[in-house]
Each structure stands twice: as C-alpha cells, then as structure tokens.
Write a protein that binds this ligand. Sequence first.
Ligand SMILES: [Zn+2]
Length: 630
Amino acid sequence: MRRKILAMLLTVVMLMGLMVPAFAAEEGSNLTGKTVILHTNDVHGNIKEYAKVAALRQEFEDRGAGVVLVDAGDFCQGSVYVSVSKGADAITMMNAAGYDLATLGNHEFDYGSEQLWNNLKNARFPVICANVMNDAGELYCPATIVGELTSGRKIGFVGLDTPEAQTKANPALLKGVNFLAEEKMFEATRKCVNELRDPQKGGCDLVIALAHLGVDSSSEPNRSYDLLKNVEGIDFVIDGHSHTVMEQGVNGEPIQSSGAHLENVGVIVIDDATAKIEDHYLVPIWHKENKKVVYDYTKEDPDVAAVAQKIMDRIDAEYGKVFAKTEVDLNGERDPGNRTEETNLGDLITDSMMWAIQKNEGSLKVDKDHVVALTNGGGIRASVAAGDITKTDVNTVLPFGNTVAVVYVTGNELLEALEASTQDTPKSIGAFPQVSGIDFSIDTTKAYDKTAETYPGSTYHGPNTIQRVKINSINGAPFHPEDTYAVITNNFVAAGGDTYYAFAAAKEQFDTGLPLDEVLMEYITEQLKGVVGKEYEKPQGRIHVVTEATPNPSQPDETVPDSSEAPTTEPETTEPETKPTQPETKPTQPQKPNSDNPKTGDSGVMIPVVICTLALCAFAVVYKKEGKQI
Ligand SMILES: [Zn+2]
C-alpha cells in the first residue's frame, strides 16, 4: 500500500515537471535509520539466483539500510546442483550470498539428519528451530535469536519447521529426531515468544516467526495460520513450505512468503527508532513466459555468481551428457499434475520400476500378475520437455536419491494405502500414487473416513473404512482383498513416508538398493531403446478421479469381482479429467537417499541454548553465537 501511495505521489511530482523518474526515485529513497529484512524460502537448489539476492542486498545497503538476509527453509534439495553433494553445496552458496539466519525446512532432512548436522557445521550463519528435538526432548538448534537495531531496540526471531517433516523425509533416516506438532509446537512457541518479549530476557519490541509451515489446507492444523491463531505476541510470520506467493494471508494475516526457487525476495522494512514494521512487499526476481525464464531483476553479485558457476560446471560435466530422447513432453507438474491425477511421467517411472524388478526371474515370491508398482506423486519434481534427455534432467525429476524397495501387502493393506494417499484428492496431496499394474478409481464425492488418531509418528490420519477407493483390476485381472501382492515402490514410501504407514506396518519388505533415477535411465535406454515414444504421450488410464462435476462413465458397478471369475475385460481406460477445485500451492515432499541410517540423537551437536544473539546495525550485521552452531 505504502509503495502504491509513494508511486502515486511521485507520478504527481513528475507531472508537475520535476524530471525525476518515479521508479528510480522510489528505488533510490534513503533508508538510513531503517533495517531491512530480506527473506527467501524454498530455494530448492536454484543456486544461480543467489547472485541476484546478494546484489539486491547490496542495493538496500547502498540506500543506507542495515540488511538482514534470512531463509525460511528447504534450501538443501531440489536440483542436481545441491543434491549431488547431499545439501553441502547449498550451504556453500548461502555462505557466499551472505545469509545471516535460517530455519530448517522438511527437505533439509532428505539426506538424513546426520548429513544435515554435518552440512550445518559449515554454515556461517545461525540456524534456529524451536520444534526439532531429540528423544531426550533437547533442541538440535537454538530456538530463537535476538537482533539489536541501531536504536538499541531489539527484534526477536523464533524458528519453526513443519512437523510434516516427520513423514516427509525418509522415516528410516530420522530415528531419534522428533518434531513438535499442533499444541506441543504452539506451547513451545509461546514459551519462546514470552522469553523474547520478557524485558529481563530477550527484551524484544518486535517478534518475527521464521516459519517453514506453509498455508496449505493439507497442512492444517500446523499452518502459519494455526500458529497465529494459537500463539499471541507474534508480530509477523516469514513463511515457507507451501510455495505460496503472498504479501499477506487470505484474511489479512501478517504472513509473507516469496513462493519458491527465488522467483521473489521478500522485503520487510523496520524503523530502527520505533522497531515497527513500516512496509513489507515482494521484489520479483524472475518469472516464466511461454515456459521461458524471464528476469525481472538482472543485477548480480559477480563473486557469488562465480561460486555458483563453479558448482554448476562441475556437475554439468558429469550430468550434462545426453543419453536418450523423448518424443513427448513428460509431465512433472504438481497441481494439476502428479499430486492430483495420473500423469504420463508417473506411468513411465512406475513402469520402469516394474521392469527393473521383473526382468530378473525369481526376485519376487508372488506370481507376476500379483506385482504392482507405486510411487508418490510428490516425489516427481520436474517436467522433461520433448527432446534430448540428460542425467541432470532425470536427477531433477527424481532428486532424492531414493532406491527401489518391495513391500508385500495384502489386498486390504493396498486398499488402505490408496485410500490414505488420496485423502485430499481432488485437492493436491504429495502422497498421491502414480501406479503401474493397478487400475483404480477415487470417488471424491464421498468423505474420507479418517481415524481419530493420526498414524504413529505422522501428521496424517489413516482411514477407518474404505469409502473412496475401488481397485478395478490388478494387471487386468480381478483384485482380491485377501491375496498377497508385491508393491514395488521407493524406499521413502516403503518406510511409511507421507501417508504410507500401511506399508511400513506390513509384515515383509526389502530394499533392492537400486537407485530409482538409474532404474528410470536404464528402462529408457534398454527397454525403450533410448527413445520415450508416443506410447507415453498421454496417461494410460490407470487412475480414475470421480467428482460430481465429472462423473466417471467408466466407473464399474459396485460388485466386487468374483475371485473365481477369469478376467474378461481390459482395465478401464478413461482418462482422469478432474482438476482440483481450487489450485493450491502444495508442499513438498521429501525423501532421502540410500545412505546408512544416521546415528541420531548425537549429543555432540545438541544446542540446548534457547536464546542467542543476532546483532544488527545500520551498516553491518554481526552475530555472535552462544555455544557451537549446530
Ligand atoms: Zn517444505
């Protein structure tokens, strides 16, 4: 609002004949006596753009402001440029760009907690998080930090990570790491806010939550909205996780979030004398037009750009080689896309999983017609345009380093897994199953019959009864709830990631150790002879999402197929047509690699300190850490 008024005033001034271009004048206004918080979130490995963040910081400093650069999480994962080093190069980039503070996102845990704590040892900035604990109830990071303005007034930050991390990173790599959720998270935050506000302790005039919580309905009751409703004394929330571009909440809540991949940088202007927020807005860095990136902001810090280029050159040398091609665009979108409906890329990936296991006779103990494949839509992270395919492309689609696992389940357990993983459908949900060998329908006109309690160690509720999902056939044959099926999946899902507790609880499973990205590459080179052809142009018609608006004519009748009856019909082939009723920016989903299980609860990295200090002044930012930083 203030910017608009300022722009209007300047326009009037120009009309009166003063030769001051409005834009330049506004950009150049003096900010002496102000502190500017620049904030990013969900950068997800788009490391090239950090040079622009550093240049933007310099611009604000040149205008006289003291600048604090903060990140609200999910910096370790999302592109091959950070995933090859398991997140370490993300820290290298944030050090180069001059970050002053960060909190953790769920994706920080994708490579396991031990890898994360090791990465963070190299961070030249503090990391705060009030709701990540070990089994003894101790914090892994400081919960809060206090910064001092030139006036002597103080700002307090409290860090929070979405408790969805518990199931959005590979549970097998998170043993001993606990995320406080709902009331426990609010209670911990209240304590922090009270200490920050207490004149004898933090003595803060302004309290900001640096929160990787998001605003998606599927994240309720752990959203930033829920935080503000349940905790008094937070003046402003810098948010992440849901990839939402917002300068305020839907009802005017003081929440700002910059989207993702550095498409924007958030700006908060604080008056040092009063410690009040005077203004806040987003500065656009880039956007897409006709699938091409167009830069809204072009200045770059050359030193930071050089650090990024060195990393990209090293990775491109190995990953940039063309190994195959595709004749069709492969759909890696989220919503509508892999989190809401069947996609051709989901089909291709699950077909490759089927192929990789079935090409070796005798690797499974059930008949071929009882083998299916399933991967979570949230694990599919990018599209591939028709044309050449490089290893980088595949690694960007599947950046988690997941391996292929096999879970033996009963038909009933498979039904439970499908019912739970589509509980938000037609709205976006990261668990949404992309499948091979299964033909199933989801009747979204019926309510999800959720259990009162969440699954153990999860923010998700299982189903009391199967209301919405119906398996029409398995490999073209009737489905039998009592039979045993082999589900070929990824190790994240097998370990109970997202909503897949039914798989973690199943009696028998094993990890093949085959990297999922390599399985996909081999399938394309060996089985498809190096070309993804027209057969993958469209989804194959395996998943039928039924809504009131689009009743599915192919929905079979309600009778359960008779187990004695031989299959007489091909699986239904109607394509899913449903679109989510309301486009939602959906979170992310995590996973992790096939490294050894980390020894968690390592007391050597524990920091029980609750408040440490971030000293801010107009021309320099100096922070001191109490104790060892992570
Ligand atoms: Zn996230």
